[in-house]
Ligand binder design. Structure first.
Ligand SMILES: NC(=O)c1ccc[n+]([C@@H]2O[C@H](COP(=O)([O-])OP(=O)(O)OC[C@H]3O[C@@H](n4cnc5c(N)ncnc54)[C@H](OP(=O)(O)O)[C@@H]3O)[C@@H](O)[C@H]2O)c1
Length: 142
């Protein structure tokens, strides 16, 4: 243990799961999160968290603070991509949904964690979610 605590959102699969496991191996006390919460054996703890919900964000961050009293590293990984063909085949609801998770989810977590949306420091905040797939395919005309 290095005495530091990390939250990795979207740690039930993919990049988030691998990042959380790597941080745990490096000595962080890691709280992975996902909407599904704890499932199966992992080298890090899992908490239920939906980044589209202010109340869920509040509850998860409060739980980590209650347990450890600190959050040294926040990895804002939770997110998804739109329909395979891109923006032109996605509904407005799908497009709004990706912004609510991939963009405003990051805003919610970062604000709750730091009290400030602009508190970016390279060593303490990571932000992989991508809106690129939505934006790069818009517009795409022959
Ligand atoms: N894979 C790529 O090539 C690629 C490229 C660029 C950017 N990215 C970004 O990297 C991130 C991870 O990608 P991935 O391929 O590893 O995806 P993934 O395997 O589908 O994992 C996404 C994670 O986000 C969680 N999640 C989704 N919606 C959530 C919500 N509303 N609240 C909380 N957690 C939520 C999922 O858990 P639950 O479903 O259990 O909530 C899951 O743990 C995404 O943000 C993606 O946009 C990926």
């Amino acid at each position: 243990m290095n005495g530091k605590t990390a939250i990795v959102t979207g740690a039930s699969s993919g990049i988030g799961e691998a990042t959380a496991a790597r941080l745990a191996k490096a000595g962080y006390k890691v709280y992975g999160t996902s909407r599904r919460g704890a499932r199966g054996e992992r080298s890090f703890a899992m908490l239920a968290l939906d980044v589209t919900s202010d109340n869920s964000v509040e509850a998860a961050v409060a739980e980590v603070m209650r347990r450890d009293g600190r959050i040294d590293l926040l990895v804002n990984n939770a997110g998804f991509t739109v329909a395979p063909a891109g923006a032109e085949e996605s509904s407005i609801e799908q497009s709004q949904s990706i912004f609510d998770t991939n963009f405003f989810g990051v805003v919610r977590m970062t604000r709750r964690w730091s009290g400030r949306w602009d508190a970016y420091t390279p060593s303490s905040l990571a932000w992989p979610p991508s809106l690129a797939r939505l934006l790069e395919s818009w517009p795409r005309r022959a």
